[in-house]
Ligand binder design. Structure first.
Ligand code: FE
Length: 144
């Protein structure tokens, strides 16, 4: 079992055994978050979501992205110009599949979220291309 400590500004680690992750997550969430899978473009629930609210990690609940940073990239995955907090995500070089990409993971639970590409709009010029399966959306004003 694990506990999620109070938010102190620096993400505390959340760890589970593989069996616990399999129990906690749907098969698709498990595939994306724990096996670095990618949902097919235009199939995720949140790519076309335009509501105001917050995007949390589907693995651990950490706040990852805000609706104000979301933009229509046309790529088929939810796309953001910046994370909710620079400490919310980690970025790693990923040279799989014959490409040089930067993988984005949840800083709290280590779950795979997607990749960040240098072809986004201003002000950052970045496109955080994130799987819907890695995210839970909370509409502003709704109870958590
Ligand atoms: Fe997480």
């Amino acid at each position: 079992m694990s506990t999620i400590p109070k938010d102190t500004g620096t993400p505390a680690k959340v760890t589970h055994t593989d069996a616990e992750w399999r129990e906690k997550l749907t098969p698709q969430q498990y595939h994306v978050l724990r096996e670095k899978g990618t949902e097919r473009p235009f199939t995720g629930a949140l790519a076309e979501n335009h509501e105001t609210g917050n995007y949390h990690c589907a693995g651990c609940g950490a706040l990852l992205f805000l609706s104000g940073a979301k933009f229509d990239s046309g790529c088929g995955w939810p796309s953001f110009v910046i994370p909710a907090d620079s400490k919310a995500v980690n970025e790693h070089e990923d040279n799989t599949l014959g490409m040089r990409r930067i993988e984005v993971t949840c800083a709290r639970c280590g779950g795979h979220l997607g990749h960040v590409f240098p072809d986004g709009p201003r002000p950052t010029g970045l496109r955080y291309c994130i799987n819907s399966a890695s995210l839970n959306f909370t509409r502003e004003g709704d109870p958590k």
